[in-house]
Design a protein around this ligand. Structure first.
Ligand code: CP3
Length: 376
């Protein structure tokens, strides 16, 4: 195993080191340090579009894979190696913390997650457990194995759901279109809502801390459904607790990537969480997204994942466009704007990795980040 010395933050400065590993390249970009070429990874890079994952999935349920450090680490490693990306995201699921909090759920084929007894009242919130987070230790153990395998070669991304997005599953009991029950609780019983947010912040902070202790270089917080909120509701009901979660995670010495979908209007408020990197979806041009979050923040994104189904020339043009909009300014991680979907041709994902590498290596990078910031 290679020691993770290159990730030591003392080594991060304005100059571009001669030799960079995937891990140091990825971490430097999170911290807006210049890199030799743009780091790249993909949301949902280990999922159902990959034959290797499907083969494992044939004989194991999704939860069984998540709960087995041997299987979860194998799936994570196989996908990251096959794609030759700069970072691996641990194979797990957003909903895993629900179980130790006392909410049983299952994944129904073709329907997604279903929580058996969703939360509807302050009493339901009060009954949630915060003292069993250690039961999620299987995720940390899987991270340990991936870190042992890759060392410095890849960045290691741990993750958790954001309080709002997790609460929406706990309250609706499944995916939702209008979030009626979630917003009903939020509007009509703010005390119950805030208690739920605090409870989630406690559990998620502990869960993220386990992942960092196991070797995660960065934690990504998925607020996938935050785009359902108005700016006013986001600020009033979600921003304070999300800021607390970000701060708690950063206290362990790692950067935080905060990601949501359909968030163009929310970006300035999302930035106020203090996250180091904001994930952008594809609906906003990358340069506009960057202006919205401001210069003191890196961005991740933002190819339309469905562009991965396009003919080669168009796909390449879209990759070039994202890189051009990133403009060689330190603090960009190439990614899709939302998760890779089933049926995506794996070879197109591999092509994108090669193109990002070739094109960005040819683009001049600003080495003075203060200057670069002024250009944004
Ligand atoms: O690279 C990876 O794929 C990492 C593993 C990963 C999974 N879930 C495994 C999974 C990650 C990062 C997640 C996050 C997750 N889980 C999110 C946020 C991500 C996003 O895209 O915004 C959400 C909302 C969930 C909850 C969830 N899990 C849903 C809604 C579903 C069903 C619908 C779907 O997207 O497939 C799942 C199931 C799930 N989680 C699958 C995988 C690979 C597919 C089902 C299977 O293999 O049986």
């Amino acid at each position: 195993m290679v020691e993770k010395t290159a990730l030591n933050k003392n080594m991060l400065d304005g100059s571009i080191p001669q030799r960079m590993t995937g891990g140091s390249r990825f971490l430097r970009a999170c911290l807006r340090q210049p890199v030799d070429r743009t780091p790249v990874w993909f949301l949902r890079q280990a999922g159902r579009y990959m034959p290797e994952y499907q083969a494992v999935r044939k004989s194991h349920s999704l939860l069984a894979i998540c709960k087995s450090p041997a299987l979860a680490s194998e799936v994570t490693i196989t996908a990251a190696e096959k794609l030759d990306v700069d970072a691996a995201i641990i194979f797990a699921d957003l909903l895993l913390p629900l179980e130790p909090m006392g909410l049983d759920f299952e994944f129904l084929a073709g329907e997604g997650p279903v929580v058996h007894k969703p939360i509807r009242s302050h009493a339901d919130v009060a009954a949630l457990r915060t003292d069993r987070t250690a039961e999620l230790g299987y995720v940390a153990e899987a991270i340990r194995r991936v870190v042992h395998h890759f060392g410095d070669r890849m960045g290691m991304i741990g993750f958790c759901g954001a309080p709002f997005t997790l609460a929406s599953y706990m309250i609706e009991g499944c995916g939702s279109r209008h979030y009626i029950e979630t917003k009903r609780l939020m509007y009509s019983d703010p005390a119950a809502w805030h208690a739920l947010m605090q409870t989630l912040a406690t559990v998620l902070s502990g869960f993220a801390a386990q992942q960092v202790a196991a070797g995660a270089d960065v934690i990504q917080i998925f607020d996938s459904w935050a785009g359902a909120l108005s700016v006013t509701d986001y600020r009033q009901f979600v921003l304070p607790v999300t800021r607390l979660l970000v701060k708690n995670i950063q206290a362990h010495g790692v950067p935080v990537i905060y990601f949501g979908v359909d968030t163009a209007a929310l970006l300035p408020a999302m930035r106020e969480t203090g996250a180091d990197v904001i994930g952008l979806d594809w609906r906003i041009p990358l340069d506009a997204g960057r202006r919205a979050v401001g210069e003191a923040c890196a961005v991740q994104g933002n190819l339309d994942p469905i562009a991965l189904f396009a003919p080669e020339a168009l796909l390449r043009a879209r990759v070039e466009e994202v890189l051009r909009q990133a403009g060689g300014i330190p603090g960009h991680i190439f990614n899709v704007g939302h998760g890779i979907v089933p049926e995506t041709p794996v070879e197109n994902v591999q092509r994108v990795v090669r193109w990002v590498r070739e094109i960005s290596a040819e683009m001049p990078m600003q080495t003075d980040s203060a200057q670069a910031g002024r250009r944004v």
